[in-house]
Design a protein around this ligand. Sequence first.
Ligand SMILES: [Zn+2]
Length: 81
Amino acid sequence: MSDSLSAPQLLRIRAKLEAMVADQSNPLRSEQAAAALERMRNGEFGVCVECGDEITPARLAAKPEARLCLDCQTLKDEEDS
Ligand SMILES: [Zn+2]
């Protein structure tokens, strides 16, 4: 469990995720946000699902639905292209 996000930060991120889930204009993001909320309930939020490293608070603030750290995301983007 990441301890680098403060409680107010987490609350703000959770509110953002809940708004994303409710936003039906972007179903994929809505789904990713729901998964992120699920990880938050499980205490797994903010940890990369690929390598288990912490996702930086700055990245989470910008992209709260992120499930990969920047390194893994970069690798994945390279694979996908
Ligand atoms: Zn990673």
